[in-house]
Design a protein around this ligand. Structure first.
Ligand SMILES: Cc1cc2nc3c(=O)[nH]c(=O)nc-3n(C[C@H](O)[C@H](O)[C@H](O)COP(=O)(O)OP(=O)(O)OC[C@H]3O[C@@H](n4cnc5c(N)ncnc54)[C@H](O)[C@@H]3O)c2cc1C
Length: 455
């Protein structure tokens, strides 16, 4: 084992939309920035898959007030309107910023951005190079963001997984982690740290691309007394009877020429213009939720699964229970202790899906608002963290560092035990049948917990 030691003003953990904006704004505020990711920055996390980007611009005829109201209703009035309105108001500036990075927004002939008119009443721009097409990596916005990071002098550490925040005098002063590929342990001292580690999404099937969303930033924060929020609002995604291992949307795209995020065609017609009235849930019932698949999940819990539905007049059979987790995009995460994305632990900031802003409330309706929201909180966190880093002394005691290295390395010293992949398999097997991510039924929860305790 070799210990690699680095020092910076701001450490950004996670290289997705939140991390990109956090790093950019921290650099603009005069900070040195290190960004690390357990994957390869630009090819990992959820951000590389996003296609829709929400932008509200009154000059294009968008009515911020109306949109805000809709989001609030859909979110069961649990929306935190400070954050949702911030996304609405800041989205245009964020679009302009990303466009200046040559981010790949699809454009009309006159140079204006193309709007996705399939997305109901919501003003959504299209990201051309979304997805993980490794053969066309240079066309993706992941690549464009990576390039921008390098252009502005952010030091990138690929495939380094942070495991522990480093504390001194009650303040986070860096983080310690391991290389995914070698026997190196990394100790990064920083004036402030921003957790941009993404959502917490256990997806047994159908959503393999979010395998890296394991809530690490939250887990590390919890370990040092960080307050977390949410977890009661899941985001189940349906899959199909024909192919339960594929996210329903993708199957729909193939069969009906619909779009990837086609969870949306099965929404309440009062809130969404597409599809709604054609949707029939179990025994022909109409959905009361804008995201009808939440109904489907409940029907399954009641023993009525698999549930079928017709979408837009097509006989499309849908079964619920395909995938769960990831929460409702920002309905869980590190608790925002203030409006500058600080956690309750000094020195630790959070942004993106790792920050529980409740911008969407209990249901996600603001299509494209997920990445836009990550960008907004990333930008805010980056500015504030850079400012604070300048004031903070980032020196750590050798004793603290030695202890952290020992703890982080300890699992690698074990001679026997269960492998991480075996544990993950067991957790998947346990949580999916019990639906414990979202049904808080005492007996199911107890059953699952007993098993987890044993593991
Ligand atoms: C298929 C798909 C399509 C989507 N489409 C859209 C869309 O069209 N519009 C929209 O608005 N939203 C969309 N979303 C949701 C949106 O992509 C996410 O909400 C958003 O990208 C989250 O950004 P983030 O920066 O918070 O996290 P992420 O982009 O997930 O980045 C987090 C990063 O942190 C890294 N990380 C985690 N733990 C550690 C650790 N311990 N050490 C080091 N690195 C770590 C991960 O590897 C990851 O790269 C989609 C999601 C998926 C999966």
């Amino acid at each position: 084992m070799e210990v690699k030691r680095l020092k910076t003003d701001v450490l950004v953990i996670g290289g997705g939309m939140a991390g990109w904006l956090a790093a950019d704004s921290a650099v603009k505020a005069g900070a040195d920035v290190i960004m690390c990711d357990k994957g390869y920055i630009g090819k990992c996390g959820q951000s590389v898959y996003a296609r829709d980007f929400f932008v509200c611009n009154p000059e294009w005829g968008d009515d911020a007030e109306k949109i805000s109201e809709k989001v609030n209703i859909a979110g069961e009035y649990l929306t935190n309107r400070y954050w949702s309105e911030l996304v609405l108001n800041e989205s245009l500036e964020i679009y302009k910023e990303l466009d200046s990075w040559d981010f790949g927004f699809v454009k009309n002939e006159d140079g204006t951005p193309t709007r996705n008119d399939k997305i109901g009443d919501f003003p959504v721009l299209i990201l051309g190079g979304s997805g993980m097409n490794v053969n066309k990596f240079k066309d993706t916005h992941g690549y464009k963001a990576r390039k921008h990071m390098l252009d502005i002098g952010v030091k990138l550490l690929d495939r380094v997984m942070m495991v522990k925040y480093l504390m001194d005098g009650g303040r986070v002063k860096g983080a310690c982690g391991i290389s995914v590929d070698s026997d190196d342990v990394y100790v990064i001292e920083a004036g402030s740290v921003i957790a941009c580690t993404g959502g917490c999404g256990l997806r047994p099937v159908g959503y393999s691309c979010v395998a890296s969303s394991t809530g690490d930033g939250e887990r590390m924060a919890y370990e040092i007394g960080g307050e977390l929020v949410g977890k009661e609002f899941p985001q189940p995604m349906r899959s199909t009877v024909e192919n339960p291992c594929v996210l329903g949307g993708r199957a729909l795209e193939k069969d009906n020429g619909m779009t990837v995020n086609s969870a949306f065609p099965v929404v309440n017609p009062k809130l969404w213009k597409m599809g709604g009235e054609n949707f029939k849930g179990h025994e022909g019932k109409n959905s009361v939720y804008p995201f009808a698949y939440l109904d489907l999940e409940q029907e399954t819990h009641l023993g009525n699964g698999p549930v079928t539905a017709a979408v837009d007049g097509n006989e499309m059979r849908i079964v619920s229970g395909g995938a769960l987790g990831m929460s409702v995009r920002k309905a869980d995460g590190i608790w925002p202790a203030d409006h500058e994305c600080r956690s309750n632990i000094p020195g630790l900031f959070a942004a993106g899906d790792a920050l529980g802003t409740m911008q969407n409330g209990a249901l996600y309706l603001l299509c494209g608002g997920s990445v836009a929201g990550c960008a907004v909180t990333g930008k805010i966190a980056g500015e504030a963290a850079a400012k604070e880093a300048k004031e903070a002394e980032s020196r750590l005691s050798e004793e603290t560092i030695d202890q952290a290295v020992k703890e982080v390395w300890a699992p690698r010293e074990r001679k026997s035990g269960y492998s991480p992949s075996w544990i993950m398999q067991i957790l998947h097997n346990t949580m999916a049948p019990y639906f414990i991510s979202y049904v808080k039924k005492g007996d199911r929860l107890q059953g699952a917990l007993s098993y987890v305790e044993f593991v």
